[in-house]
Design a protein around this ligand. Sequence first.
Ligand code: C5P
Length: 246
Amino acid sequence: MPQPTKAQTAREKLILALDVPSMDEAIAIVKELKDEVGLFKIGLELYAHSGTRLFEAMRAEGVPFFFDCKFHDIPNTVARASQGLVGQGIAMFNVHATGGFEMMQATAKATHKAAREANVAAPKIISVTMLTSISDKEASEIGFGASVSQLVPQLALLTKKAGLDGVVASAQEVQAIRQACGPDFFIVTPGIRPAWSASDDQKRIVTPGQAIKDGADYLVVGRPITQASSRRDAARRVVEEMESIN
Ligand code: C5P
């Protein structure tokens, strides 16, 4: 399976989190920012409010998007659901690595097969290793016998072995994942805050420049752009900061 190519330009590396409760709001932001942003991220909130008609609207805007609804189920269910995402304009989607090797491998195989049959580009598939909201205490309560910092590179390597393209990870985890999984593996990093923006509820934040220096391939940014007085200026400033590191 050839490696999908990574984003090259700073703009392509910027993923905008569309964390709004309605399709109208999401599409207004897409129209405003489609020339500034590489990928738009649709999470659970927006998807629950808008459903798959949002995919149609995104296709009509001609923008690539990341379906961030983190599948976690038995291999057959996730693989078949993933096949349903092929051909809908989805550039990237994700699963929980704790769903296991077999689930991730079945998902990669089914997705790639469906894409070949439909003659469309396969979406990139990434995993969530451990949710960043899970502390060592919580990991132990669930029954994990290792710390989060041990589990993250272990699950990232399992993700790679299963044939997925990369992981979502906090900037603090990037180095360990890079070491475990090598240079071709995609690392998508949220928790980004430019020096000029508020940290909101994010606890462990890094600037766009620092995340690129640390080796992240894609940065997920939401409120610093969506809630700025000029969204376009905010997006451009983030891209400029990323470019200054390249
Ligand atoms: O507005 P903000 O930049 O904090 O948005 C970050 C986005 O990244 C949100 O959609 C959030 O759900 C997502 N995310 C995160 N931390 C993770 C995984 C995803 O902030 N560990």
